[in-house]
Design a protein around this ligand. Sequence first.
Ligand code: PLP
Length: 366
Amino acid sequence: MGGDTESLKSQVRKVFEGGGYVFATKAANIARDAGFTNPARLASNENPFGTSDAAINAAKEALCSGNRYPDETADSLVRALAEYHGDCGLKLNVVTGVGMDGVIENVIRTFIGAGDKVVVSTPTFSFYNLAVTAQGGVVENVRRREDFTVDVPEFVGACRGAKIAFLCSPNNPTGTITPAEDIEEILKGLLKENCMLFLDNAYVDFCDTDYRRLMKDYDNLIIGRTMSKAFGLAGMRVGYAFVPDWYLPYYKRAQTPFALNNISIAAAVGAIGDREFVKRYVNHVKEWRDAFEAGLKKYRMYPAGANFVMIDVAPQKSDDVVVKLAKKGVIVRSCASFPTLGDTFIRVSIGDSWENEMFLKAINEI
Ligand SMILES: *Cc1c(COP(=O)(O)O)cnc(C)c1O
């Protein structure tokens, strides 16, 4: 091959010289090598009940229109979501993206250029940081308290001069729910700073806190949602957000055209129609969260509002515990890669009952 690849590499932007998303595939390989062809998959917060038949049937039908471009703005999905959320009594503006990750990228693209400041409540989901950095922005991490609750005045204070702040509730990986009253106080404080809040509600279906009413009074609020978790469509890549009226045209201009495809749109609309499927899963998660709390003999679990729990395995190290569990056929996530969290936490998804039982037995033996 001709060419000086070192010179070509020097053309790539510096932000991509290192870093990137950390995929947790090591534990799966260990479990496979230990002979588990069907291990308990508790590392990625997926729906263990599969995909709703309504979604599958709609997706199959959509395959037949593969020659046609999808609807540019996924109108049928936007309408179905607006109707689904009609129970909150507000007319919400819905925008979509390729997963909530895609939504986050679009939102960052509309606000952030080189050198712009973004505040992130941490430890949390790593993608905000990656997406901001890719856009040339600068992240200021604001640490949560010892118990992983948010110090509201400190968070607001840190947002001076920032364009947008990210806060996840229930938080990944700690599971912490930030009360709606605290979010409201943050929104008030941020309005004074001319700063937006992106509230990541990926796991909100699994708790009893409802933030949607805040869309009525706060023009600086964007609420991110996903169909990857409660709706069981992680592989379809469907995310969405509620946005204020004034922001809608900006999002649409920044959006990649035809981002969602015919199949993902159809599957999502189908899934929204099957409310029993979601309800059954959410109830299962709530029951098992309590069972985890009761069943853990040696380690402390944090209060959780999500379809996973975070457990402190001190004095052991999280990476070691992940390996030990994998050898017993249980795949969980080490939280050591979450900056500022330390190296003794694991995150465990609520799986199917047999997976949860397998986990409880294994963790109590370690
Ligand atoms: C899973 C997750 C998302 C987004 O998931 P998508 O699959 O991209 O929709 C966003 N935020 C958090 C905190 C998540 O855990």
